[in-house]
Design a protein around this ligand. Sequence first.
Ligand code: EPZ
Length: 422
Amino acid sequence: MDQIVVTGNGPLKGEIPIAGAKNACLTLMPATLLTDAPLTLTNAPRLSDIKTMKALLESLGAEVQALQDGKVLVMASHDLTSRRADYDIVRKMRASILVLGPLLARYGDAEVSLPGGCAIGARPVDLHLRGLEALGATLDLRDGYVHAKAPGGLKGAEFEFPLVSVGATENVLMAATLAKGTSVLKNVAREPEIVDLARCLRRMGADIEGEGTDTIVVHGVAALGGATHPVVADRIELGTYLLAPAIAGGEVECVGGSRDLIAAFADKLEEAGVEITQTNRGVKAAHKTGRIKAVDVTTQPFPGFPTDLQAQMMALMCTAEGTSVLEETIFENRFMHAPELTRMGARIEVSGGTARVTGVDRLKGAPVMATDLRASVSLILAGLAAEGETVVNRVYHLDRGYESVEDKLSACGARIERMRAA
Ligand code: EPZ
């Protein structure tokens, strides 16, 4: 397996292009199943998760052409050959469950493997299923699959999500666009990826209002058409790279992102002493003098502090002045980066969903293990300022969500390289 070797090399200087959002693209791609007309996505990120979603859509009979080195995806699903999403693909990527709503809405039947848990938690899909049942679907769970039926088509309904779920909001929103009548979806997720999905669906002819608030109203239409839609910038990649100069010192401009995508996170960085500036090309972070101050963080659904930036923020807090308390409220097991950071000399006490980090002067490079996507990049960030060499193993986690990290960071002066497995 590939490794990434990072050696602390002083302050960074340069710019990093921000790609399209993985978590937007993974819900925009299944939207092609809602129409027989072509759906084209531009600014698509080049990631292994996108390749997995491409393979899943092709296993259903959809056509997915990756053009311009994968930045443009041209998709069409006029002749589906299957409505079954197999376990061997779904188990690799939970977002596969997002084909369920579109298949059900367009064809009235679907068989999708239950995704199972992952490193950061059990991650059930009960809210996806309850939302689709509210739209009139009958769901039968057997042999590890959801067998979903809506023979007479889905019907608009009012449904309140018992808790905020990004994926369940996306699945039910896509299904509601072709339901007969109006749906009122309450306590929905407000993430920018939901707003981006609604904008794309509207381009396809859907009648949607309220995205970005806690209530979305959908007036079902008989059919959707094709569209061309630019994938929104990846706010998690943006936040990750703004942390690089915060940890290593220096100044980096992230081109293609905007502060409003990460307002709660940017506020915390400023509270810690990092200078954040919105430029006409993106967002710049600078940390040239003084020591970063410890700040407390509690993860929340958008617009709160994103859970997907918690591990990266912990890496910054490891060498901050004072003690930081990090509360993880979204997932039940998302501190697996803590023992790895401890191997580098960090002082972290984890108790349930709370981690207390007491800053040390400097971390020391060490061999560490990536356990999930965001944990792996937090180890790389920690390595940027550590004394000596940090070797991150199992970087396949990283490749799921970050395009060529080593190229983007070394362009700003970081000493980082990928050792390809024999
Ligand atoms: C999406 O996952 C993202 N993935 C995650 O990013 C992100 O961490 C998460 O939203 C929260 O922002 C994609 O968009 C592909 P949820 P999702 O449904 O939709 C519970 C990354 O690193 N829940 O909002 O699976 C669930 O267990 C990934 O890019 C239920 O109980 O997240 C969790 O505790 C990691 N029942 C909470 O809700 C359900 O039916 C929030 O999950 C669904 C979710």
